[in-house]
Design a protein around this ligand. Sequence first.
Ligand code: NAD
Length: 549
Amino acid sequence: MPFGPVQHLAGTVRGPKPHNEPVRDYQPGSTEALELGKELTRVAGQTRDIPIVINGVEVQGRPTSEIRSPHNHANVLGNLAVAEQSDVRSAIDAAMVARHDWSRTPWWDRLSVFLRAAELVSGKYRDELNATTMQGQSKTFHQAEIDSACELADYLRFNCFWAAEIFSDQPASIGGEWNYADQRGLEGFVLALTPFNFTAIAGNLPATAAMMGNTVVWKPSEKSALSSDVVRRVFEEAGIPPGVINTVHGSGRMISDIAAADDRLAGLSFTGSTTVFRQLWHKVADNIDHYRSYPRLVGETGGKNAVVAHPSADPSALLTGLVRGAFEYQGQKCSAASRAYIPRSLWHAIKEPLIELVEALPVGDVTEHETFLGAVIDQEAYQRLDDAIKRANALDSHTLIAGGRTASEEGWFVHPTVFQTEDPRAFTMTEEFFGPLLTVFVYDDSDWNTVLELVDSTGFYGLSASIYATDRTAIAEALGQLRDAAGYVAVNDKPAGAVIGQQAFGGGRASGTNDKVGSPLALQRWVSGRFIKENLNPATSWRYPYMGS
Ligand code: NAD
């Protein structure tokens, strides 16, 4: 297929109808588990060099930092090249050079790259993506599969479909005019800064900006660089032209300093912590007088997600939602449950089973099938959680009811931990710890409406929430009172686990700009529309009829 700004079609193109990638089970002994097992061994046994790639060329001779496995930190899985300031400038220049042709390439040619990438993700590279995500980010078979294989393929396929709809959506034309929309990529480059906790998000942020006609400087998280490098190779093999996505590793602070100071910055696509997003917003604000255009700022950030149960809730459903919601992927999901509000009558029924369940959750090496929780991502996360547990333990208002143990000899293990608190405004109910730490506040059954007000007004975040109830009026009351408290609400389900194409995810307040990454709304942020009116019957007199002849 010709690449670049070459018109080679007569006819209207439609995006292929997307589907959600089926999730593989990886039952012990199954062919798929054995194949992935081989790949896990291969990935664990190698030390891969992870390069900076600018304009399609690997940059040589940079210092490196080690990538270690969180659940086995003696194992060095890779050496990550660390960028110098000049690399960031070269990456921006490369993006700006590539922009001319890429932004003028027919959109279906651009999208074909990402549709091909989706096939590579769900096929040829599936095992490598899952194995690097498991070894490098300590995800279990299931958690890796739903992220790096399924969600990444879903993002690519659904976004291509929605992008095609955006490009095809044309205005009405009435008598004597022809109106058309030209959805242009932004005028400049996009900086994509991605988090460690989802391989899919890491791939999606640079991909969405690029499919809409932009060229990108992508800084993946150093904590997930192993899987991000597989994503980079997937894009390359799928045919992304040099300079369209430039991958730069190193200090996020340094890279964003240089990008924010460049007058060609057109957009920032960020997912990560609230603190870092606010710093980035400040940097852009400080440079606002210098930009050629107003940079689009998209940030999906932290959460302190509540599970609120009504006395009518089904106790088994609530138990499952708490355990899965709080402890899957060690609580390292922006959408993880980390505070719960349980009525006293229900607490009597679920407290002991909850303790029993949590104490029995298998923690360990994610390559073992029975493991439910692996290690937290690194020493810093381990220390943060260890400190939080110690701080909570020291408070009279808190009772440790399950877990509370940490172990760092082999990997960064934090056992799933539950505190009960008498103080619903305590730090454990407001701060994001990004780990397997759940705090429960038990309320009197008659205080349902007061507790909803408490959930809404506690802390600064507004990402996700769960409501557990069988009483329809209670569900309506909770949805009403929590209207501004979360951008994603699950009724009788855990607050995590939104699926692309089914529930768009994102939140407001301190949790981000709520642009719903993984939806048509988010794609719209990466284009700047130009509308063209062609007058087929131009006026030839300046006089209007009301003026008479
Ligand atoms: P992080 O903020 O530490 O890092 C995100 C990215 O920013 C990384 O690439 C990192 O290297 C870079 N970075 C770090 N410090 C920087 C700085 N000072 N200046 C510029 N860049 C910097 O986040 P993380 O630990 O990778 O991810 C966890 C956070 O992400 C949590 O707060 C979680 O809630 C949030 N998250 C939110 C969503 C969502 O959809 N709302 C999804 C996933 C993760």
